[in-house]
Design a binder for this molecule. Structure first.
Ligand SMILES: Cc1ncc(COP(=O)(O)O)c(C=O)c1O
Length: 435
């Protein structure tokens, strides 16, 4: 723990200024610290596993920009590629050889992607993948799972209707109910419900969308048998399977959850890691499916800054490091090195903590359940523990995303020494919370 308590005086001033400029003072809601209370950190810079806030305090960062920074902040390879690209100009609106480089790198090493289209965010990737699935199948309805997030796409900001209704209702003002009704919503981990719904709607169901490693409402690890069951039902009922690998892609393995579980999706949405911290998303599929996209096929989708050269260079730099032998095994090893001593400590001291992990993704759950596979299995009251832990960790120079429903990420820059320092701060913070 640092000798002097952390202060966020300068961050607080900046936040006051920001509130006069942006709704809630932020450009993406969770950043406002609404879930944990207190003042958001205004971050001035990052290097490796660390960030520095506007008050000059250093934190070990486990948010990592919500996942893109698998190599940590300002990694020299990524930084060098960005600087070199910028010198040649920032955007041309023409094809560039950098798109070929990043596209080739992904397609050469991904087990199921034959063609790819770059966009500028995960939301755009999911939205475009859904349009493609509808265009290919000529069907309208889509099916998603409660607890999975696919960006702020109208048709996907939907939750299950009341009672047994599977037709969705929108979770955001501004989404017409008519759109929401085109989306069916089911609980995760329930193949019977999925089969019944698919049987009923197969004639008009274009695609089943899933985060194969759901990581937006806690980390809801699914059994491989459930994911395989979803695949099999899609085959049986002639419905496309969309894996939203915006978080899991290039994170749990280069080929994401598809490679990790050995399950073939029809269409994939990517984001985060492929941009090396720059705004990049992509969707990919077989050549046959992707050739439905304009200008070859009838499904229209375009973007002024799609395939932006600076962003492509950043992504290519980052993925070249991810492709090094042993990269993912080492990520997983260091994640266990963080998590295991914290779990041991919690168990020895009767603290009600579980930590779920997949690869270098981890999630803290204040629960005694051995598995949490659905968002409904998360106790909302447990979030009070998270808020207290979040504050205690900030005091000890550890930054987690400011919500107990968010996962944490370990990067390649979290060396053993950094991990050990963080684990000791965690156990210390847990003692304060459960004192
Ligand atoms: C699984 C998943 N899909 C889509 C998105 C949307 O990506 P973006 O925030 O880049 O629009 C996210 C964002 O967190 C995500 O986690």
């Amino acid at each position: 723990m640092s000798e002097t308590p952390h202060t966020r005086v300068r961050s607080a001033e900046l936040f006051e200024e920001a509130k006069r400029r942006f709704p809630g003072g932020v450009n993406s809601p969770v950043r406002a610290f609404g879930a944990v209370g207190g003042t958001p950190l205004f971050v001035d810079r990052g290097e490796g596993a660390h960030i520095w806030d506007a008050d000059g305090q250093r934190y070990i960062d486990f948010c990592c920009s919500w996942g893109p920074l698998i190599l940590g902040h300002a990694h020299p390879v990524v930084q060098d590629r960005i600087l070199r690209a910028v010198k040649d100009g920032t955007s041309f609106g023409t094809p560039t050889r950098l798109e070929n480089e990043l596209g080739g790198m992904i397609l050469d090493h991904h087990p199921h992607a034959e063609r790819i289209r770059f966009v500028s965010s995960g939301t755009e990737a999911a939205m475009s993948a859904i349009r493609l699935a509808r265009g290919v199948t000529g069907k309208n309805k889509i099916l998603k799972f409660d607890g999975c997030y696919h960006g702020h796409v109208d048709a996907l900001l939907v939750k299950a209707g009341s009672g047994l209704a599977t037709l969705g209702t929108s979770t955001s003002a501004g989404v017409p109910e008519a759109y929401a009704r085109e989306t069916l919503v089911l609980p995760l981990n329930d193949l019977e419900a999925l089969e019944a719904t698919m049987k009923e709607h197969a004639d008009d169901l274009a695609v089943v969308a899933i985060e194969p490693i759901p990581a937006n409402n806690g980390l809801l690890i699914q059994d491989a048998s459930f994911l395989q069951g979803v695949r099999d039902l899609c085959d049986r009922y002639g419905v496309l399977l969309l894996f939203d690998e915006v978080i899991s892609g290039f994170r749990v393995a280069f080929g994401g959850a598809a490679e990790y579980y050995g399950i073939r999706p029809d269409v994939m949405a990517f984001g985060k890691i492929i941009g090396g911290g720059m705004p990049v998303g992509a969707y990919a599929a077989s050549a046959e499916i992707m050739d439905n996209v304009a200008p070859v096929g009838p499904v229209y989708q375009a973007g002024t800054l799609s395939g932006n050269p600076v962003a492509m260079a950043a992504g290519a730099g980052q993925l070249s490091v991810c492709l090094q032998p042993g990269f993912y095994e080492d990520q997983e090893r260091r994640t266990r090195r963080l998590v295991d001593p914290i779990l041991d400590h919690a168990e020895r001291n009767g603290q009600p903590l579980r930590i779920f992990t997949r690869g270098s993704i981890f999630w803290l759950a204040f629960s005694d359940r051995i598995h949490i596979r659905r968002s409904s299995e998360i106790d909302p009251d447990s979030m009070a523990h998270f808020s207290r832990l979040h504050a205690a960790l900030l005091e000890r120079g550890i930054y987690l995303g400011p919500s107990g429903y968010e996962v944490g990420f370990v990067s390649a820059a979290h060396t053993d020494a950094v991990i050990d320092e963080a684990a000791s701060a965690f156990t210390n913070a847990l003692d304060e919370v459960f004192g």
